[in-house]
Design a protein around this ligand. Structure first.
Ligand code: GDP
Ligand code: MG
Length: 164
């Protein structure tokens, strides 16, 4: 069985955009509004000879806040159980949100490697000061990336494959 790398995080942080860039396909639906991603999407991919299965965990992402919270927590729990490595995606433009903290709490509970990917860093020099707050989520690995511009994805994949 190939190792599983799961992409988790609250709606609209760019999980599906990242998934599509990494698998080189437009299989995951990208949208400005939460609520469109199919439940879970699996694709095989590789980086520098390391093969793995990438999972996009969009889920139903309903608009009702309480229900959304429980759904995201559930996604994080499933990812935690099935994945070998977790890519936890947050949004540099939005900063740390309460939902990010909830997901982080779940992810910190188990002993699996978590790579915190701070997405939407489209302009690193202009945005680097915005990154510090994300260390408060308590993860060892923090990678600033831009899924849309494909920035820093190679360095991020190096860290992921080192932790598989
Ligand atoms: P998901 O709900 O986490 O799967 O997020 P999506 O992939 O559907 O993306 C939500 C929105 O963020 C879309 O409008 C994307 O175009 C946008 N987005 C994704 N990645 C980036 C990025 O690197 N930079 C910027 N500026 N926007 C992004
Ligand atoms: Mg999605």
């Amino acid at each position: 069985m190939k190792p599983i790398v799961a992409i988790v995080g609250r709606p609209n942080v760019g999980k599906s955009t990242l998934f599509n860039k990494l698998v080189g396909d437009r299989v995951a639906i990208v949208d400005d509004q939460p609520g469109v991603t199919r439940d879970r999407l699996y694709r095989e991919t590789e980086w520098c000879g390391t093969e793995f299965v990438l999972v996009d965990t969009g889920g139903l992402e309903p608009r009702n806040n309480d229900f959304m919270m429980s759904k995201i927590k559930q996604q994080a729990e499933v990812a935690m159980n099935e994945a070998d490595v977790i890519m936890f995606i947050v949004d540099a433009k939005a900063g740390v949100t309460a939902l990010d903290e909830e997901v982080a709490y779940i992810l910190r509970k188990k002993n699996k490697p978590v790579i915190l990917c701070v997405n939407k860093v489209d302009d690193f020099l202009a945005q680097q000061d915005d990154l510090y707050d994300f260390w408060s989520l308590g993860f060892e690995h923090l990678m600033p990336i831009s899924a849309e511009h494909k920035s820093n994805l190679g360095d991020m994949l190096d860290v992921i494959t080192e932790n598989i």
